[in-house]
Design a protein around this ligand. Structure first.
Ligand SMILES: [Zn+2]
Length: 203
């Protein structure tokens, strides 16, 4: 195989290319009809038959299943089990609104974010950030009124979905002025994070 790593000198790369050319001259890939007396195919069939005739070792009764069928069944089971457990959890009112019924989409997406982006994404999903309502709960402020509109309590849901003072910014970044909570996780998480960055730097 060609090694493209840095530091390989030109001479050794040239040798590798020459070796590869030799191998490629020896190989010929062509389509052949199956099961018509071609030695390699006949041998493969013979081995497959031999394998299928071997006695099964393990608990019976049994049925032969392709790995993809097993993987699909396990994946479906895990998703259903996860959704049921998620549903049983008490509290988490904010997170359940933003993550939807299963809560499954978020972990896959957050793995691909930078540390800073992940911090904002988690803030959006959990509601744990320096919003007015959170600061009031912590006893840091007395008035949780929204700093962007001066009309309502400054909760995370208010900022992300309902605040009139941020409607224009949401429209610019998300393409919708008044999104639903589940929109943040379901589609464009990165655009949502940009909005959060802007909000928390502005307020
Ligand atoms: Zn507001």
């Amino acid at each position: 195989m060609l090694n493209k790593s840095k530091g390989k000198n030109k001479q050794s790369r040239k040798e590798e290319e020459e070796n590869l050319n030799i191998i490629l001259r020896l190989l010929l890939l062509i389509w052949v009809p199956g099961h018509v007396g071609i030695q390699g195919n006949e041998l493969a069939d013979k081995l497959a038959r031999k394998g299928s005739e071997r006695r099964f070792i393990g608990p019976e009764p049994c049925i032969a299943l392709a790995p993809c069928v097993v993987n699909m069944a396990l994946s479906t089971y895990a998703k259903k089990k996860s959704a049921a457990e998620w549903d049983k959890l008490e509290g988490l009112r904010h997170s359940k609104k933003f993550l939807g019924a299963t809560g499954a989409c978020f972990p896959n997406k957050i793995n691909r974010l930078s540390r800073r982006q992940a911090r904002y994404a988690i803030a959006a999903i959990t509601g744990h950030f320096g919003t007015g309502s959170m600061l009031l709960k912590m006893g840091i402020i007395d008035d949780p009124t929204c700093r962007a509109c001066n009309e309502d309590v400054e909760s995370m849901e208010h900022l992300l979905c309902k605040c009139d003072g941020l409607a224009r910014k949401r429209l610019d970044l998300l393409g919708v002025a008044y999104p639903q909570p589940e929109d943040y996780c379901a589609s464009n998480l990165k655009a949502s994070i940009k909005l959060l960055e802007w909000i928390f730097e502005a307020i």
